[in-house]
Design a protein around this ligand. Structure first.
Ligand code: ADP
Length: 337
């Protein structure tokens, strides 16, 4: 297993930069999630690491090996990188066992079959070794693809939205099982997702991307608690935004004052308040405009002075009632505009 490092990477498609000055590190044996909306550059990063594309500036390293520079791209087959993409891409005419054995062609027949079976066992599919891909469910195919990627002992594994085609319950189960397998094998993993929940729950580190830039790279807890910018805060869940001015160390909003001790008096600031940082209390300062079930929570719209914010609250709120709100300081952030 190896650390994967991108340093100041730029990738152009014509005149547009799909990636611009991207630096990030996937630490050895850990899971780095690449989180960002469609078009933010996640798949381009995967293709660069896989060796499927050249880059225009910067470099990619796998361990100590310099594998991509603007002048040289080590070919994909020489990089020893495992890949699991959304559409699985199993060989349809090969059994599950033969799919996993495929990348083990340097071993003798007996050892190859034994290793393939051992990997199928680790993903819970030993009993399906003779089944063909069309006889397997989507989740099973995905597990075979994972076993196939891991069997040759790659230096890192790339997962590109591998769970997005699956139903939500199976998806969470498979995500957790997959990451448990990867953690057990101490595999360096890069995991692409546009789902904040997936990234927060599955990763050791997050790289939050937007329009070809890394907004923040940090462990999930730190990214959630100390977002580097308004956009980075918004990437990890619903936020309420308010633009104002710093007076006496706070930004006053219709819902209360947000601390901004790091900003100078008079600075134009934007505040972000996480929906889940707002609690409803008995009172009458704000009106409940809308209540929607959101799993075990309610997503509530509250209004004060004509401004509407969203709150994610455990209690059952009542439409039309008047309440006070309380903002947890740990979920409220002020940034200079
Ligand atoms: P993501 O995986 O986050 O959805 P991508 O890495 O696929 O984003 O794309 C990043 C940007 O690069 C997008 O603006 C996309 O349109 C552009 N792009 C990706 N691949 C190509 C390509 N082969 N030719 C031209 N533009 C591309």
């Amino acid at each position: 297993m190896s650390t994967v490092t991108l340093s100041n990477v730029r990738r152009l498609y014509g005149a547009t930069a799909a990636l611009d000055d991207v630096s990030l590190t996937a630490p050895e044996g850990r899971v780095l999630a690449l989180l960002g909306p469609s078009g933010s550059g996640k798949s381009t990063i995967m293709r660069l690491i896989a060796g499927l594309e050249p880059l225009d500036a910067g470099e990619v390293r796998i361990g100590d090996d310099l594998v991509s520079t603007p002048h040289r791209t080590i070919p994909a087959e020489a990089r020893r990188i495992g890949m699991v993409f959304q559409d699985y891409a199993l060989f349809p005419h090969l059994s599950a066992g033969a799919n996993v054995a495929f990348g083990l062609d340097k071993l003798g027949r007996a050892e190859r079959d034994a290793r393939a079976l051992a990997w199928l066992d680790r993903v819970g599919l030993k009993h399906r070794a003779h089944a063909f891909p069309h006889e397997l469910s989507g989740g099973e195919q995905q597990r075979v693809a994972l076993a196939r990627a891991l069997a040759p002992a790659p230096r890192a594994v790339l997962l590109d939205e591998p769970f997005s085609g699956l139903d939500p319950v199976l998806r969470a189960e498979l995500r957790d099982a997959t990451l448990a397998t990867l953690a057990e094998a101490r595999t360096t993993t890069l995991f692409v997702t546009h789902d904040a929940e997936d990234a927060l729950q599955a990763a050791d580190r997050l790289a939050i991307l937007k329009a070809g830039h890394v907004l923040q790279e940090a462990p999930p807890r730190e990214a959630y608690d100390k977002p580097a910018s308004l956009d980075a805060a918004a990437a990890l869940g619903p936020i309420n935004r308010f633009d104002g001015r710093v007076e006496n160390g706070v930004v006053a909003t219709p819902f209360g004052a947000i601390a901004a001790p790091h900003l100078a008096q008079g600075v134009e600031a934007s505040v972000a308040v996480r929906a889940e940082a707002i609690a409803l209390r008995p009172g009458h300062a704000v009106r409940v405009r809308d209540v929607r079930p959101h799993g075990a929570h309610d997503l509530v719209r509250v209004e004060a002075q004509g401004l509407v914010w969203r709150a994610l609250v455990p209690a059952r709120a009542t439409l039309g009632e008047r309440v006070d709100i309380e903002i947890a300081p740990t979920g409220a952030f002020a940034f200079a505009r």
